[in-house]
Structure formats: structure tokens, C-alpha cells
Design a binder for this molecule. Structure first.
Ligand code: HEM
Length: 463
């Protein structure tokens, strides 16, 4: 919706809008949304455009995707993710690798991963004591790291990777957040934080390389993601992925698949902490659907309200709040001529809060996703997983994990916000709560035959 009063901060010489975008990114993209479907800005000395209209965004991500490369945000990720799926340039190489990696995300595989997710979530829930104060964002990040680590490497060989992931990843993710919007020159300075980042990155790569070597020597199919990546063959050429490529794909999954899902879970628990009415509905659904039984893959599809909570969280708090592309040739977008090399910014955050599309857009209302209401939401206006050939390959995995973890926690605990804490929204590489201290309150006796020790035995996790 257009406003006559809203205006972007002035572009500075040399830096353009980069400083305002770094200082208050969410205000910046929200103001830009009110200025029209495609808004010129300046990033440093170069021209860039913020695209706000769902149809134009779809044109960039889907219709004209061949004319765009991934853009400035991904240049920052390349030193860590190498040639993994997130950063590999669009085109033949991406298409080939995506086909090979896809087999690890087939529906039949997700069914197996779901049981690992459930067991690890049960073990996490069993590790908490009644009345305990927890840094819930960190608890969830640890859980999602264990989940991706365990689905990648199901065998004991993978234990070392899981432990290294728990040790190195917070430093790697923290470094990525710091680097995401800043100038690249800062990343190369010999500061203590850059050194810690480089060391953690190297340790992670070394461990993954070593375990890939061990897997190769054993030459068995362990039914996990790494086995799938090793067995995958191109249907036309019969070629597989090299060890270096498999290493890059593994690091990519560890980065792309852990913090993102942990953030969705953090934000949904944050909202539930403020909305006991929704929490009660969640508990009622979990009890009706699961009763005394263990959560099964089949029961996930019946947790409809739980899923709506996740949808609404993805709308209001998309972990990837900003996405980028760069034109590779001259294109016309929304009547504007863009030369090759123009940066495009897309913000799912501001688009998914557009009052022209979503009624009462800042209200957390899971029922907008009811089957009879969902048709009001145009498909291109909901893009937490992006769209087109570069759409998230882990989307099905992430939905399953979010629903399984949320339902499992809800079976055992109420999580209450710590009074007096002001939670702010931090927009860096991802959209994160500034902190999330919560206090556990045990629900009525543990439902089902699922006991803490059984879950622990299954996962090897310690309380
Ligand atoms: C709620 C959780 C998640 C969110 C919000 C999310 C979001 C995204 C987004 C927005 C993209 C596309 C970026 C673009 O258009 O350029 C993407 C790509 C990707 N994601 Fe996710 N993701 C999530 C979970 C996962 C998980 C669990 C995995 C793996 C285990 C994963 C692996 C990937 C990979 C490999 C790509 C690159 C796909 C390609 O370019 O072919 N993501 N994700």
C-alpha cells in the first residue's frame, strides 16, 4: 500500500543505504514496502532494488530465474559452504547436484528421520527439571543440531561429528551473523573473532572429511543422508558426487538446516508463552491425536493446529528475512530496466506482513491457515522457503521437525516466559530473538508409555 509520508533514510556518499539497512533492517524493509512494488536503493556505490510485490518476486525467483544469480548474501557464505547446494551457481551444475541430493529428502526417507526427530526431542524434554529456567533458544539450537547431525550420520562414527558440530557451530553461526550485512574487508582482518571463526570452520571440515573417509572404507548403506549422498548416481551419466562435494553438502546441511528450524521453534514458543489460549488448543490437539501412543509418522499429518502454528510463525518470523539475487543480463522488472549486475533484495519478512495481503498483519493468528481461509492468501505472498529451482530442499524435513518437536515438548511441558524480560527481534543473517529465557512447568503425568529413559536409551543422549 502506498503512503505519501513514508520515506527511506537518505543515502550516504559511498555507503549509500548500507548503514541504515544494517542499523535497523526491519524498519528499512518495511518502509521500503510502502514505497511501491520495486524501490531503488543504494548499497555502497552500487544501485540495488528492493522488490516488494509478490508477482514481481515470483518473476525473479521463478519465471525469469535464469537471468539471475544468487546475489550478495551468498557471496558471504561461499567460503564456508564451498560448492554446496546453497552456494553453487545456478545452472547445469546446480541442477545435477540437486538431483543427486534430492534422494536424501525423498518422502520415504523423511518418515525415518521423523522417528529420530521424535526420539531426540523426547530426550531433550526428559533432560529438563520442573521449575527450571532455560535459555530456550540455545536448547532448541542444540536439539536441531543433534537432529541434522544424527540424520546425516546415523552410526557411532557420526558421534564425533555431532560433538564437533555442537562445539564449532555456535562460533560459525555467530560469525555468519556478524558478517552478513557488513563489508567483506572486515572479514579478513586478523581479529580474535575472525580467528575463532576460521578455526571452528577448519575443525568442522576436518572432522567431516575424516568421517567421509571412514564411511567410504566401510562401504555399507547405513540408511542415513551421508550414505544416500555416497550412493546417489546421475541417471544419464552414472556419475556420483566426489568426497569434496559430499563434504560441502554436509556442511551446507549443518548450516542451512539447524539454526533456521531452531528459530522457528523459538518464535513459536515465544508466541505460545504470550498466548495461553493458543497453548491450551495445542495441548488439546496433542492429547486428542496422540492419546497415550508414541508419536508416529502417520500421526504428524493429523496435528493440523500444530502445523498452523508453524505456518503462522513462518509468516511473521521467516528465518531468512532477506533474500538476494543479482541480474546476469539486462532485464525489465515491473517496468524498470535493470542492467546486468544489479542487486535485488527480497524480504519475506516485509512481504508477509503487508496489510494489503494479510488482514491485521502483525497479529499472530494461526487460523488464517484454516483450509477455508487459506485461499485468500496468494501463493507467491508466502515464501519462507523461497520458490523456484533454488527453493529450500529441506522444506519437508523442516516442517516435519517443527511439528514433531513442538508436539513432543507440548506433551510434557508448559514453557512460561521469564517475567520482566524484553525480547527484541534481531535481524542478522537470520531473524532471531535477542534471548529466550523460559521456565518449565510440568504438565500432568507424562502421557503415553514414552518415558525419559526409553528416549534416552534410543538416542544415547544424556540428561
Ligand atoms: C524452517 C527451516 C528452514 C527455512 C526457513 C529455510 C529457508 C531456506 C530458503 C529461504 C532457501 C532458499 C534461498 C534462495 O532462494 O536462494 C533455502 C535453501 C536451502 N535450504 Fe533451507 N530452510 C530451512 C530448513 C532447511 C533444512 C532442515 C535443510 C536441510 C536439512 C535445508 C537445506 C537447504 C538447502 C540445501 C538449500 C539450497 C537449495 C538449492 O539452492 O537448491 N534447509 N532454505
Amino acid at each position: 500500500m502506498s503512503s505519501t509520508t513514508a520515506r527511506l533514510p537518505r543515502a550516504l556518499p559511498l555507503l549509500g543505504h548500507a548503514v541504515s539497512l544494517m542499523r535497523d533492517p526491519l524498519a528499512f524493509v518495511s518502509t521500503a514496502r510502502s514505497l511501491g512494488p520495486i524501490v531503488p536503493i543504494r548499497l555502497g556505490p552500487s544501485a540495488a532494488y528492493l522488490v516488494n510485490d509478490p508477482a514481481l518476486v515470483r518473476q525473479v525467483l521463478v519465471g525469469d530465474a535464469k537471468r539471475y544469480a544468487k546475489g550478495v548474501q551468498f557471496d558471504k557464505l561461499r567460503p564456508i559452504l564451498g560448492n554446496g547446494l546453497v552456494t553453487v551457481p545456478s545452472g547445469e551444475e546446480h541442477r545435477r547436484n540437486r538431483r543427486l541430493v534430492q534422494s536424501a529428502f525423498h518422502h520415504s526417507r523423511i518418515a525415518g528421520y521423523a522417528m529420530t526427530m521424535r526420539d531426540l526431542a523426547e530426550a531433550k524434554a526428559a533432560s529438563w527439571r520442573d521449575g527450571q529456567q532455560l535459555a530456550m533458544d540455545r536448547e532448541l539450537t542444540e536439539l536441531t543440531m543433534r537432529v541434522v547431525g544424527r540424520t546425516l550420520f546415523s552410526t557411532e562414527l557420526g558421534d564425533e561429528v555431532v560433538e564437533e558440530v555442537l562445539r564449532s557451530m555456535p562460533t560459525v553461526l555467530g560469525g555468519l551473523t556478524r558478517r552478513s550485512l557488513g563489508p567483506a574487508v572486515l572479514d579478513r582482518l586478523p581479529t580474535a573473532s575472525n580467528r575463532r571463526f576460521d578455526q571452528a570452520n577448519r575443525r568442522l571440515r576436518d572432522v567431516v572429511d575424516r568421517i567421509i573417509g571412514d564411511y567410504r572404507r566401510l562401504a555399507a548403506d547405513h540408511g542415513d543422508m551421508v550414505s544416500m549422498l555416497m550412493l546417489a548416481r546421475d541417471a544419464d551419466t552414472g556419475e556420483g558426487l566426489s568426497d569434496a562435494q559430499i563434504r560441502d553438502e554436509i556442511i551446507t546441511m549443518l548450516i542451512a538446516g539447524t539454526e533456521t528450524t531452531a528459530l522457528v521453534l523459538s518464535w513459536v514458543l515465544y508466541e505460545l508463552g504470550r498466548r495461553p489460549d493458543l497453548e491450551t488448543l495445542l495441548h488439546a490437539e496433542v492429547e486428542t491425536v496422540l492419546g497415550a501412543d508414541e508419536l508416529s509418522f502417520e500421526s504428524i499429518g493429523r496435528l493440523a493446529f500444530t502445523r498452523r502454528l508453524v505456518s503462522e510463525t513462518l509468516r511473521l518470523y521467516p528465518p531468512g528475512w532477506l533474500n538476494t539475487r543479482r541480474t546476469t543480463e539486462r532485464v525489465t522488472l515491473g517496468g524498470v530496466e535493470l542492467p546486468a549486475g544489479t542487486s535485488i533484495l527480497i524480504s519475506p519478512y516485509s512481504m508477509q506482513r503487508d496489510p494489503a495481503i494479510y488482514a491485521d498483519p502483525d497479529r499472530f493468528d494461526p487460523d488464517r491457515w484454516l483450509p477455508e481461509r487459506v485461499a485468500d492468501i496468494p501463493r507467491p505472498a508466502f515464501i519462507p522457503f523461497s520458490a523456484g529451482a533454488r527453493q529450500c530442499i529441506g522444506e519437508g524435513f523442516a516442517w516435519t521437525e517443527a511439528v514433531v518437536v513442538l508436539a513432543t515438548i507440548a506433551r510434557h511441558w508448559r514453557l512460561l516466559p521469564l517475567p520482566g524480560t524484553e525480547i527484541r527481534t534481531k535481524a542478522g543473517a537470520t531473524l532471531a530473538p535477542s534471548e529466550l529465557p523460559m521456565v518449565t512447568l510440568a504438565r500432568r503425568p507424562l502421557v503415553g508409555g514414552v518415558t525419559a529413559s526409553a528416549a534416552e536409551r534410543r538416542t544415547g543422549a544424556r540428561s
